[in-house]
Design a protein around this ligand. Structure first.
Ligand code: F6P
Length: 286
């Protein structure tokens, strides 16, 4: 028997639970977002909130939980397992900020959205011979900026560590000297304010500069083939683990293989910034 909890932990505390069957998930593979809805829940971060949640789970006779989300959701799942409630985590976030897995569900779809936007902005950037800053999401992780910048052919990528304004301006100069009068800068939201950085660059270089903040457009849309396949494989592994009586684990992908790992171990891992790829983008972009 399968139940769906609406709006994540918030719905769990508020007893917003629905029984699901096979047709509940029919015709949704091509859709973005989630039919179960999502929310941020402060109450679940408290012991009281979690105790209410466990009561609701017991009321329905639910004996294990699959949690889909990022590190916040996984922290909740690890706390639930500490209370003796079996939980398995599936990584779902556009940020790709979980160290234990190479990819999270939603990340590649967001990359597709960003490179589509960069392509369109490049058209007008080239026509007007402008500098365009494209700010992308990712919270504190620069993966979305780094890889969409690489795939979108951005002339400059600012993924994680703030680069000096002088350094960025020097790059723009080099690009100009090579005969390219327009330039795309992909900036991760965690690095700094796009308008502030843009103002400083424009003042220093005299460039005609525009800023586009892509925002929540990155969190919707039909999932890419990669995300559909990844989600299917990870979902199956999560159910297999529960059927084997396993708990407090997360599923993910490492070197093209589906893996699972202790949730606490996974959460303790620190995501390393991909310096090698970053260096590579500096050589490849002209
Ligand atoms: O974690 C996903 C994410 O989209 C981040 O990239 C972004 O910083 C944040 O969520 C935005 O959150 P909200 O939709 O609550 O504004």
């Amino acid at each position: 028997k399968v139940y769906g909890i609406n709006r994540g932990y918030k719905g769990l505390i508020e007893d917003d639970v629905q029984e699901m069957n096979l047709s509940s998930v029919g015709d949704i593979i091509h859709r973005g977002g989630t039919i179960l809805k999502s929310s941020r829940c402060e109450e679940f971060k408290t012991e009281e909130g979690r105790k209410i949640a466990v009561k609701v789970l017991k009321k329905y006779g639910i004996d294990c939980l699959v949690v889909i989300g990022g590190d916040g959701s996984f922290n909740g799942a690890s706390k639930l397992s500490e209370l003796g409630f079996p939980a398995i985590g599936i990584p779902g976030t556009i940020d790709n900020d979980l160290a234990y897995t190479d990819y999270t569900i939603g990340y590649f779809t967001a990359i597709e959205t960003v490179i589509d936007a960069i392509g369109k902005i490049r058209d007008t950037s080239s026509s007007h011979e402008r500098v365009n800053i494209v700010e992308v999401m990712g919270r504190h992780c620069g993966d979305l900026a780094l890889y969409s910048g690489l795939a979108g052919g951005a002339e400059t990528i600012l993924p994680e560590h703030p680069e000096s304004i002088e350094g960025i301006c020097d790059r723009l100069e080099t690009t100009k000297k090579r005969g390219k009068k327009h330039s795309i800068i992909v900036l991760a939201e965690g690095v700094g304010n796009a308008h502030e950085i843009g103002k400083q660059i424009a003042e220093k270089t005299g460039s005609d500069l525009r800023v586009t903040i892509l925002g929540h457009v990155q969190r919707g849309g039909s999932p890419s083939a990669f995300d559909r396949i990844l989600a299917s494989k990870l979902g199956v592994r999560a159910v297999e683990l529960l059927l084997d009586g396993k708990s407090a684990r997360v599923v993910g992908v490492k070197d093209d293989k589906v893996i699972d790992m202790d949730i606490h171990e996974a959460l303790a891992m620190k995501k390393e910034f991909d310096k090698y790829t970053y260096k590579m983008t500096k050589i490849l972009s002209i």
